[in-house]
Ligand binder design. Structure first.
Ligand code: PMP
Length: 427
């Protein structure tokens, strides 16, 4: 399959090779590299990507959830064009920042006050800083295989050398006991500033939170006086577009929430916010306020594109529809994988293929997918590319509003063919 890939993509290969002269591995975003070289995409419309060698692909990756609107969505494109004509980089406040903040707050009522950043990573940096300042404590509870950005990566429970230097306590997802054990240890008990959690583990394998897990974290945070932070950078699209927290009773919701991805309409975006009592520390009218800087925090393109998207395109109804479409597709793919190593995890429109012995209902944390076979997800990736469907090498998918029923049917059919052709390998 790889030889065929190389033969079919000479231009992508040449573009990659040229890039390796000035970028390590020809790459500036690690997740986008795969063997033997990644395809070079030249343009995209709706749900279709076009590459340098003239192939096209149905985009099932959806830019790791940031591509929710599909490509060149007309309302957003128009907002960007109109905004561009009026000038960029004012070095000033402008109306759209308050308008976008109000729209976000409407969907996430637990975010009484919020601030914008340029990325989800930065949003998490600021949320953790806010928690440390608000509590005067230092330690941060995170989860093995949790991902909160380039500098917050806990692959299989390890603190990566690139992480921001905080004192991390690494617990196991969906395992409240592991959290209690850490926060009750005498040396930690009075020093936990925050528990930060993805309410569905995203990059770590699209693993949903068990019933009761999130409520248990709320209680654990209250018990230890820690700030509970939900990283809804990926999951903010869920249900009616108010994230996974929208399904919880109000008193079970987080103190702080971080957002990113699609909410900027496809432009660089991040946001953090929550309780007024915490967020007030950033109020510059206060003599003791904490400074939060960022040249592009309120950049006009993000604010305008984000606003247009939330106001006119991703309405709560459309959000609910997309969620249902995702649930339906995932069930269908799960059915296709039944009795094989191929499992499909996720919530709503975000899903991951896993190649593991674990049965679907047993996939609760990194431990249960430790046997995941990267060779098989690599094979699926190449197989789907061959059939004109674009997903992440590690099996991640995020549906966009641009996908049609026939795109989804076609993708399910291609996965079915993959399973049939690889029966033995998948047994
Ligand atoms: N948190 C989560 C849950 C994410 O999935 C990501 C990005 N994949 C981030 C934070 C970081 O966002 P960004 O890439 O915009 O820095």
């Amino acid at each position: 399959a790889q030889e065929r890939f190389i033969a079919q993509n000479p231009k992508s290969k040449a573009i990659h090779e040229r890039a390796t002269e000035s970028l390590p591995g020809g790459n500036t975003r690690s997740v986008l590299f795969y063997d033997p070289f990644p395809l070079s995409i030249t343009s995209a419309q709706n749900a279709t990507l076009h590459d340098a060698d003239g192939h096209s692909y149905i985009d099932l990756l959806g830019e790791y959830t940031a591509g929710l609107y599909g490509h060149s969505e007309p309302v957003i494109t128009q907002a960007i064009i109109e905004t561009t004509k009026k000038g960029l980089n004012f070095g000033s406040h402008h109306e759209d920042e308050g308008r976008l903040a109000a729209l976000v707050k409407q969907r996430f009522p637990s975010m009484e006050l919020l601030r914008f950043t340029n990325s989800g990573t930065e949003a998490n940096l600021m949320a953790i800083a806010a928690a440390k300042i608000a509590t005067g404590k230092k330690k941060i509870v995170v989860f093995a295989n949790g991902y909160h950005g380039g500098t917050f990566l806990f692959a299989a429970g390890k603190n990566s050398p690139i992480n921001v230097p905080h004192e991390y306590l690494i617990a196991t997802y969906n395992d409240l006991e592991s959290v209690h054990a850490l926060i009750r240890e005498p040396e930690n008990a009075r020093d936990v500033a925050a528990i930060i959690v993805e309410p569905m583990m995203g990059s770590g394998g699209c693993i949903p939170a068990d019933e009761g897990f999130l409520e248990g974290l709320r209680k654990a945070a209250d018990e230890s006086g820690a700030v509970l932070i939900y990283d809804e950078v990926m999951t903010s699209r869920m249900h009616s577009g108010g994230g996974i927290q929208s399904q919880l009773p109000v008193d079970m919701r987080p103190d702080l929430t971080t957002l990113g991805k699609y909410i900027g309409g496809g432009m660089s975006f991040g946001a953090f916010g929550g309780k007024r009592s915490i967020m007030d520390i950033f109020d510059p009218r206060r003599p003791d306020s904490i400074k939060h800087a960022g040249t592009f925090n309120n950049n006009v393109l993000t604010m305008a594109a984000g606003r247009a998207g939330l106001e006119q395109v991703f309405t709560p109804d459309r959000a609910q529809q997309l969620h249902a479409i995702g649930d339906k597709l995932r069930k269908r793919l799960q059915e296709i994988g039944r009795g094989t190593l191929m499992k499909v995890t996720g919530v709503g429109s975000i899903m991951c293929f896993q190649f593991t012995q674990s049965s679907l209902d047993r996939i609760k944390s990194h431990n249960d997918i430790a046997d995941s076979d990267a060779t098989l997800s690599g094979l699926l990736h190449l197989f789907l590319l061959q059939r004109g469907f674009y997903i992440a090498r590690r099996g991640f998918m995020a549906l966009s509003l641009a996908l049609t029923e026939s795109d989804l049917d076609g993708s399910a059919k291609a996965v079915e063919d993959f399973v049939v052709e690889h029966r033995q390998l998948l047994a």
